[in-house]
Design a protein around this ligand. Structure first.
Ligand code: ATP
Ligand code: MG
Length: 525
């Protein structure tokens, strides 16, 4: 029997809007919640990243406490507390109870978070797996506000279950957050403890206290200074995609094209704006909102063609060589550490800066491959090692030149730790999980230059160390035989043994040169 044809009217009834919360409830893997182990780490990571962002922006040295407790099999309570600026009462529920709500999306500035999805995504996962509300408590230094919060998934709106206000005699400021969630706890390379250890490495100005199911760990503050505050910049024409350009056109209140280009972009003056318009065959007096589809596309193309100065780079906040060295040294207890911070540069209109540090010897493992620590905007990347531009650059660097053995396509071998930090206003992650950096040639080039420079410095150190050790060994050997040699020479030359010993010692002290004055002396003697 032929199947009944269904009409468009009937099928159209199924058409309806999907809230962003509903979307992520179904596609939680996009936010890092694809399995219980990763889910637990992701929650901690999102809370800690937020605390560090908030403290850094408020210029407060971060004190962060994290607790992860198993409350029943495969169910955990995660608590995070910081001493940051806190959030005002009116925005507390929105910041955590609405996805795509945040303070970082609409600005171009280096920070850990960008999308307004991290913490709210954690809350969504928590309520999805346990049905429990999140507990939040915050103060900006005045009263303390406490709320129990759930997300209305259909509307993507916060749903406050309970709220209370308390006096704040100690003038505490900061944020406390607690959620219950399904998860699995593991130790090892991709664990919460390791994530926090690496966070302590790239944020040596933070104090992090962790209480996990298997015990406590404290990561002390190594330095008492924060890296410089990054500035906000406007997008550079080379880095703007067509979709963003369209949105900027709709949102601008500039009345003509020259106004739009000079006001909304960095490095576009009146002359360049006129040049862009001329190339795109658009009148400079046109109202931006009146541009049609083809004109917008022409504008986009012309923006890439006109020669412009590179964007400003004070939007970046690299760690700097001193903080890198302190951070890596304190967490690896290596004997020697070097760090290299490259000057800022640009890929596709986006400013970025690369840094690396190498740690050698000391308490680092003696066997196996070098340890690799990868960071983007000071956040450790612990998954997708092999897909990342940082790994590619380390493998592509010729470590044999710096005295380390290396098989082709592999990390170097030896008592070595390699830290690589990529800092940018726009990190080109390979996926929403934010775990690997895409291998743009400009980025790979910078990474390799940094690694080579650090490699050279390590090699110099190792060479000097070997030289000193060799000298010492030679000295010991000669010291042992000098009296015997002097005795034989005394018989042959009839010179006094004591004077022979003195002369021989003089030769050894000068590095045991075969040629030259001393040898002549010895021969004469
Ligand atoms: N500990 C905190 N202290 C102060 N403000 C915070 C804190 N945690 C979050 N916020 C505020 O809440 C907003 C939402 O946080 P959320 O993690 O959801 O997004 P985000 O950090 O902006 O971006 P991302 O999705 O990349 O994490 C932040 O933009 C920030 O303004
Ligand atoms: Mg965040």
């Amino acid at each position: 029997m032929a199947e009944k044809i269904r009409g468009g009217e009937e099928l159209s009834e199924q058409l309806k809007a999907v809230s962003v919360a509903e979307f992520f409830e179904k596609n939680r893997h996009l936010l890092g919640y694809e399995n219980p182990t990763k889910a637990l780490i992701t929650i901690v990571k999102e809370f800690v990243d937020n605390s560090l962002d908030a403290c850094e922006e408020a210029r407060i040295l971060p004190d962060i406490k994290i607790t992860v407790k198993e409350i029943s099999p495969e169910r955990f309570r995660v608590r995070n507390e910081d001493n940051g600026p806190g959030i005002v009462e009116g925005k507390l529920a929105l910041a955590f109870g609405k996805l795509l709500y945040g303070s970082k999306f609409h600005r171009l500035k280096m920070s850990r978070g960008t999308q307004g999805l991290g913490a709210s995504g954690g809350l969504l996962y928590s309520q999805l797996t346990t049905g429990k509300p999140a507990k939040l408590s915050s103060s900006t230094g005045k009263d303390i506000h406490e709320i129990e919060l759930m997300i209305d998934v259909k509307k993507n709106e916060p749903h406050v279950i309970s709220q209370k206000k308390e006096k704040n005699e100690k003038r505490w400021h900061g944020l406390k957050i607690e959620v219950d969630a399904e998860g699995r706890y593991i130790e090892g390379k991709q664990s919460i403890a390791e994530y926090l250890r690496q966070t302590a490495m790239s944020n040596p100005y933070a104090e992090i206290v962790y209480e996990g199911p298997n015990g406590k760990a404290k990561f002390d503050r190594a330095v008492k200074e924060l890296p410089p505050l990054s500035k906000e910049i406007k997008p550079h024409p080379y880095g703007v995609e067509l979709g963003l350009l369209r949105r900027m056109i709709m949102a601008t209140n500039a009345r003509n094209m020259v106004g739009f280009l000079t006001k909304e972009f960095s490095r576009v003056g009146k002359g360049s704006a006129e040049q862009i318009c001329k190339l795109a065959k658009i009148e400079t007096k046109r109202k931006p909102q009146e541009l049609n589809h083809e004109e917008t596309e022409r504008l986009h193309k012309s923006m890439q063609m006109v020669k412009l100065v590179a964007p400003p780079t004070d939007c970046l906040s690299p760690l700097g060589e001193k903080l890198l060295e302190e951070g890596l040294k304190k967490e690896t207890r290596a004997e020697f550490v070097v760090a290299v911070t490259r000057p800022p540069t640009v890929y596709r209109g986006n400013p970025f800066q690369v840094e690396c540090a190498l740690a050698f010897s000391g308490e680092l493992p003696k066997e196996g491959s070098a340890q690799l620590f990868r960071f983007a905007n000071k956040v450790p990347l612990i998954y997708h090692v092999s897909d990342c531009a940082t790994t590619e650059s380390v493998i592509d660097t010729d470590w044999k030149r710096y005295g380390f053995s290396q098989s082709s396509g592999q990390l170097p071998q030896g008592q070595l730790a390699i830290l690589v930090h990529f800092a940018s206003v726009w990190v080109p992650y390979t996926s929403e999980g934010k775990q690997a950096i895409a291998g743009y040639p400009e980025i790979i080039k910078e990474l390799k230059l940094a690694l080579q420079e650090a490699g050279r410095r390590i090699a110099t150190y190792v060479r000097q160390k070997h030289k000193m050790r060799e000298g010492l060994l030679r000295r010991e050997l000669f010291d042992k035989y000098i009296p015997e040699l002097a005795e034989s020479l005394e018989k042959l030359t009839e010179k006094k043994k004591q004077s022979l010993i003195e002369k021989l010692e003089k030769i050894v002290k000068k590095g045991g040169k075969v040629e030259g004055e001393d040898t002549k002396d010895a021969k004469e003697s």
